[in-house]
Write a protein that binds this ligand. Structure first.
Ligand code: CAA
Length: 382
């Protein structure tokens, strides 16, 4: 067993860190008030960040899932809004690599690698189908060589910038997950309506919209895999996505911890730096310990994914632990700052707001625990 990152993994992490600090960091504060600038997204994409897991033969960087997790951590350390936008795009690119036909790969991956589409979007959730994703009601009705898709999707990350959407829709009356299929829908398809931006607690720079589909026609060739495979395609995508969200949470919490340590060394009370008080030291120690454990869970899940082994349980473990630990760390670092922690002049309030959603999106903590427990009850303790 080797706890060292390989030279390639270290090099990839350094590359992402340097890029994030040089190109993204100057905009991070502004992203609390405005959406990511398309010019910045273009620069991020041109550097290869939107197709990190795509093999080089298909125009991507061909990173391993471990390297991908390291990159996500570095982006999130600097800007959560950028991290989630990059993460969701990579999740769709990964679906195309794993599940797409050569034609689908050629068309949609090249939209990303050429920056004709700055991002990509995942459309699963509906008003009445969140955690219970297989309750979705959007329909795709076969008419000759086409499907007509009608319904509404919410919480569409990246909606502002995506030229295509992966849409899960019902192709048969089969109950629950069985009748769901996945489709690639172009932004300019007739009948696709792009809704306004949600106003959120954090990650204000990222785009979160709703879309409506009114008899949107797509060719049969836009369906990913066979009819009825859509729910599993979404679940496999989310398995990888959950490693990514865990990494986002870890990156944000590391930034918060570093800010807390910096402040504790500078701020004096009762005649000495507050870092000398045990009450402060324990928050720092507990935070650093939890984040180290989160990192180990993330790397384990990513390693298994890279080895093409089962990693659903491990991805959920990494997500629930990393995101809940990160929330605690971000909260504790505000506590270390005292009243200043509540004021926007210090970055810890942004970290706290940005990290909050990580226990919600791509499956709540409650859903992760359900996935973990179901797997243990089915396949045993390991
Ligand atoms: N990989 C492959 N197949 C899987 C799977 C996985 N990880 N998980 C389930 N399946 C398969 C099952 O094996 C089953 O197959 P069979 O019918 O052949 O037996 C089928 O899918 C149905 O599975 P379940 O019976 O477990 O389905 P369920 O209805 O009980 O739901 C759930 C399971 C885990 C609760 C699922 O609904 C879930 O993950 N919910 C949360 C949804 C979620 O994460 N939403 C986030 C949306 S995206 C977002 O937040 C924003 C964004 O932009 C990214």
């Amino acid at each position: 067993m080797d706890f060292e990152l390989s030279p390639e993994e270290l090099e990839t992490r350094n590359w992402a860190k340097a890029f994030a600090e040089r190109v993204i960091a100057p905009h991070a504060e502004a992203h609390t008030k405005q959406k990511l600038n398309p010019a910045l997204l273009k620069e991020i994409s041109a550097e290869g960040f939107m197709t990190l897991l795509v093999p080089e033969s298909l125009g991507g960087l061909g990173l391993t899932p471990v390297s991908f997790a390291l990159v996500m951590q570095e982006l999130a350390r600097v800007c959560g809004s950028v991290a989630v936008s990059v993460a969701v795009t990579n999740m769709i690119a990964d679906v195309l690599v794993r599940e797409g036909t050569p034609e689908q790969q050629k068309k949609y991956l090249s939209l990303l690698t050429s920056q004709k589409s700055l991002t990509a979007s995942f459309c699963l959730t509906e008003n009445q189908a969140g955690s219970d994703a297989s309750a979705l009601r959007t329909t795709a009705t076969k008419k000759g060589n086409e499907y007509e898709i009608s319904g509404e999707k919410i919480y569409v990350t990246n909606g502002a910038w995506s030229e295509f959407f992966l849409v899960m829709a019902r192709t048969s009356d089969a109950p629950g997950s069985k009748g769901v299929s996945a489709f690639l829908v172009d932004r300019n398809a007739k009948g696709l309506m792009i809704g306004g931006e949600e106003e959120k607690m954090g990650l204000e720079g990222s785009s979160t919209i709703r879309i409506a589909l009114d008899h949107v026609k797509v060719p049969e060739s836009a369906r990913v895999q066979t009819e009825g495979e859509g729910f599993k395609i979404a679940m496999r995508a989310l398995d990888g996505g959950r490693i990514s969200v865990a990494s986002q949470a870890l990156g944000i919490a590391r930034a918060s911890l570093a800010a807390g340590v910096r402040y504790a060394k500078e701020r004096e009370a009762f005649g000495k730096p507050i870092a000398e008080f045990q009450a402060i030291q324990w928050k720092i120690a507990d935070g650093a310990t939890a984040l180290a454990a989160a990192e180990a869970l993330i790397l384990r899940a990513a390693y298994l994914k890279g080895q093409k082994k089962e990693f659903t349980r491990e991805a959920s473990m990494a997500k629930v632990f990393a995101t809940e630990s990160a929330m605690k760390v971000c909260d504790d670092m505000i506590q270390i700052h005292g009243g200043y922690g509540y004021i926007k002049e210090y970055p810890v309030e942004r970290y706290f707001r940005d990290v909050r959603v990580t226990t919600l999106y791509e499956g709540t903590s409650e859903i992760q625990r359900m996935v973990i427990a179901r797997d243990i009850l089915k396949t045993g303790v390991r």
